[in-house]
Design a protein around this ligand. Structure first.
Ligand SMILES: NC(=O)c1ccc[n+]([C@@H]2O[C@H](COP(=O)([O-])OP(=O)(O)OC[C@H]3O[C@@H](n4cnc5c(N)ncnc54)[C@H](O)[C@@H]3O)[C@@H](O)[C@H]2O)c1
Length: 391
């Protein structure tokens, strides 16, 4: 949509025909893009979705931004990136610029994407251009978006770099040129690893403060008064979504490939993935009767507030852990209709404890307070309020 707004003619290519139909019907599946914006783009003829790769044969610029998740062994799964690259290659026109926006380890453009294009590109194309411009998106963010978030760009050679800079300058307010694609790829991993490690530190700090009766959020707020050298991170149930829990493992995998290791990242990952156990323990201690079989209500199950995305949500681990301990678990999330093959509860009465995991809009906090259900607030949203304990 940013490219549409800048006057480009855009084809949104997706191998999911259901997704393509949804887009072409004017329904936006992306929270930060309204269906109205999408419909206007469709009506004006400046955008359409397609699952036919032939439709890129006229494209001056092809950006690939497919998922780069982890496989069963928690290692990089580049299946979608490889498949999108191979499918695009035969249709690249002479002089086209191909940009890899998907998050991946350093070297992905040079040693992964380009060789696949070279192998599958049409006979007769004399020149193609290649660049990396890692996507920086914070879903649900009211301030920072595609346009006003500075964009890292690096081409494989000077001509590619200049072309990519021109393209991103047309859709972003600020483009940051980076010397090599590997630096841009590594910078993306650093950004998200920085978050993982700092969240891990605060989660660890929480486990130290809790037993001493110290509210860690008050500690973070106090430390934040320092005008330099400190940045606040908050504790929680863990980290979720398809970036923070995933990207740092691209880094550790890459390190291992080079016979190196990244113990700090591995420890932060472990600390965050185990945080749900501490949360469960704290919550169960708040139940009035310390029951063997408590009724627990989870409030907010998406991976973060304001979104319906449940991918990699740490609340799943919390739910499973409580079930494994023999407790009864129900949940409410006004933005999520179905989760873990279950539906949200309509009943508020009879819970021994409620755990506010994600502060979604529209949660029945006041009702639960009225009923007298103790609440463990893992989000530091209701600190000091009646019946509410913070993590
Ligand atoms: N969404 C974010 O918040 C965010 C932020 C920063 C970086 N990223 C990175 O951007 C990339 C994409 O993430 P996303 O969350 O937008 O992905 P997504 O899961 O929303 O998928 C995007 C689309 O790609 C399609 N797709 C999958 N395989 C395909 C293929 N082979 N050919 C064509 N289409 C295919 C899917 O059907 C889907 O519609 C990832 O590398 C991610 O790490 C995402």
């Amino acid at each position: 949509m940013a490219a549409v707004e800048s006057g480009w003619q855009v084809v949104g290519l997706d191998n999911s025909t259901a997704r393509v139909e949804e887009l072409n019907s004017g329904h936006s599946p992306v929270e930060d893009i309204s269906s109205e914006t999408l419909s206007n783009a469709l009506k004006s003829g400046s955008y359409r979705a397609s699952s036919n790769y032939e439709d890129i044969s006229n494209a001056d610029v092809v950006t690939i931004c497919v998922p780069t998740p982890l496989d069963d062994k928690k290692e990089p799964d580049l299946t979608a990136l490889r498949s999108a690259t191979i499918s695009s290659a035969p249709y690249l026109k002479n002089g086209a610029l191909l940009v890899s926006e998907s998050t991946s380890y350093p070297g992905t453009l040079r040693t992964g994407v380009i060789p696949l294009i070279e192998k599958n590109r049409p006979m007769g194309t004399t020149q193609l251009f290649f660049a990396t411009a890692p996507e920086r998106v914070n879903p649900g963010d009211q301030v920072w978006n595609q346009k006003n978030t500075p964009r890292l760009v690096s081409g494989i050679d000077k001509d590619s770099h200049d072309k990519a800079m021109d393209f991103y300058r047309s859709i972003c307010d600020e483009v940051v040129p980076v010397e090599t694609p590997e630096i841009a790829e590594a910078a993306k991993l650093l950004e998200n690893t920085f978050r993982l490690v700092n969240i891990g530190l605060i989660n660890e700090f929480t486990k130290l403060c809790g037993p001493a009766g110290i509210d860690v959020n008050k500690v973070v707020t106090a430390a934040s008064s320092k005008p330099y050298g400190f940045m606040p991170f908050r504790p929680g149930v863990g980290v979720g979504g398809h970036c923070i829990p995933v990207d740092p493992l691209y880094l550790t995998w890459w390190a291992n490939q080079n016979n190196l290791s990244s113990p700090m990242v591995e420890l932060a990952e472990k600390t965050n993935t185990e945080m749900h156990k501490y949360v469960a323990d704290r919550a169960l201690k708040l139940t009035r009767s310390n029951k063997q079989k408590a009724r627990v209500l989870l409030l907010g199950v998406a991976y973060k507030a304001g979104v319906s995305d449940i991918r990699e949500t740490p609340v799943s681990h919390l739910r499973q852990h409580l079930i494994d301990l023999g407790h009864l678990v129900e949940w409410i999330d006004p933005l999520v209709p179905i989760w873990e093959d279950t539906k949200p509860t309509n009943e508020l009465k009879g819970f021994d404890i409620a755990i506010l995991a994600v502060n979604q809009p529209g949660l029945p906090i006041a009702d639960l307070q009225r009923i007298g259900t103790p609440i463990l607030d893992c989000t530091n949203s209701f600190s000091g309020q009646n019946g509410i304990q913070t993590l």
